[in-house]
Design a protein around this ligand. Sequence first.
Ligand code: NAD
Length: 354
Amino acid sequence: MDGADEGDEESDTGPAVTREATLITGDGVGPEITAATQLVLDALGMKFDWDEQYGGMAAVENAGTPLPNATLDSIRRTRLCLKGPLTTPVGGGYRSVNVALRQEFDLYANVRPTKTIVPGGRYTDIDLVIIRENTEGLYVGLDHTFKVGGDPKAVAQAFSVVTREGCTRIVRYAFEYAKQHGRKKVTIVHKANILKATSGLFLETGRMVAKQYEGVIACDDKIVDNAAMQLVIKPEQFDVIVTTNLFGDILSDEASGLVGGLGLAPGANIGTHAAIFEAVHGSAPDIAGQGIANPTALLQSGILMLRYIGEREAADKVENAMLAVFKEGKVRTRDIGGMAKTAEFADAIIQKMT
Ligand code: NAD
């Protein structure tokens, strides 16, 4: 569990140990932010033994498929992966490799914290976590078009699949996360007024799970459209949000906007047998290759990864150095009003660590 020490079995590794992890640098800005993140993590002295593998467009170019078997084999072995963003063709083309990885390794919990780390933004004290169900809902891939008359795409249809088991485990994860992180409330976000079967099952199951935590963790629920608005108007009312796949995807991008944007939003995909850490954002093709992307989201994902494997001291060290750079305000990337390049920002953090 991200930061909740599901990786406790490994928490006795100690800071000097080399830990093998799969590395997918990804597409677009991926190689730039991954290089910066690697530099910072390697400067800790606690070395990761990176097994670099391809995924996405880079894999199509190098291995003829967006998700090579070698990549899957590596994650099966290491059970730990740091991943840059992967481009997914819009409309046609291959299926999302991100979704495929989450399903292949049953990474059912997508943990996306949103926290104010850059002083001087619109909101001063945001600290919430969105826990998104990561394997079900509209992302199961049952998405089809049908020919009517001469129009090959006259009708489009998507199936959403929600199971009681899937709802139970993600809501339970959210409550356990809340307990282990000293959080007070879980908000179940749904659309059960319209999607009575799928979202209805999520809400019904969520409320049942919530009963087991009565008196320990508070619980409320909100319809997703209202939750989206409330996030902007009164974000401090949220602590932990648990929701289904699509709503979590959208709300977490929205939440990142409260603290300065996608360049600052980390994520962890947690399953029983593997975990993949990645930024919330995509491959940012509009700024790729310029060396100006903000590596913070991926670096924060690296911090979540360190906590997951029990390296709390190392995680604190990187986090404190990163926060100190933000507090000082001299070295910032363009997305948050600075002029620094990706590598300069990473260097500034390394300077603070040494
Ligand atoms: P995006 O997240 O790539 O970019 C949205 C906006 O945020 C852009 O203006 C971009 O410049 C900015 N941005 C993103 N990351 C940034 C960073 N680190 N620093 C500074 N600015 C940053 O979203 P998109 O353009 O809709 O998607 C591009 C591609 O990424 C698509 O193919 C999409 O499928 C894919 N995608 C992948 C993942 C993933 O790998 N987990 C997630 C989302 C989108």
